[in-house]
Write a protein of this length. Structure first.
Length: 158
């Protein structure tokens, strides 16, 4: 009888140990596979123009768009073409140390028709001049400045 009691106690002990080990591995796997913050604004500020274009195409894909970069030269003012549903967006990216002016808005407006897009977007790691904001409003161009870019990165879990 004592033998069965000790066996029963040992069985619960072993089950408890196995449960603890299983819980540990489940938690460890969750941390291992959890998204890691890979893109800080400091890293983005230090990218070159091509890397910034590639990053934004990746960001748009993470946000549910089909996004492809255009050729690096003679791109007609469009760096990325992104599609989602009926939207086809012409995207101009500007990784600048200073505020982005009118030329980025003008480029994306000019390139929109060339790529048969129905929306336009300019993305920067900085901010836009007042004049660029006014021009964007009158041409229905969406602007993502530094603050919006941070929000989109967070939303995409990058």
């Amino acid at each position: 009888m004592d033998f069965f009691k000790s066996l029963l106690q040992e069985k619960y002990f072993i089950t408890g140990i196995c449960t603890i080990i299983l819980v540990f591995f489940i938690i460890w796997a969750g941390y291992k596979n959890a998204p890691k913050k890979r893109f800080s604004m400091r890293k983005i500020d230090n990218m070159d123009g091509i890397a910034f274009e590639e990053f934004n195409a990746y960001l748009l894909r993470r946000l549910g768009y089909k996004a492809e970069t255009t050729k690096a030269s003679n791109d007609q003012g469009i760096d990325i073409v992104a599609k989602k549903g009926l939207k086809k967006i012409a995207v101009q990216t500007k990784r600048y140390k200073n505020k982005v002016g009118n030329s980025a808005v003008q480029q994306v407006v000019a390139g929109k028709k060339h790529y048969n897009c129905n929306k336009t977007l300019v993305i920067t790691n900085n901010y836009f001049t007042r004049s660029a904001i006014e021009l964007a409003k009158s041409n229905n161009v969406e602007l993502w400045d530094r603050d919006i870019l941070k929000e989109k990165i967070k939303k995409a879990r990058l």
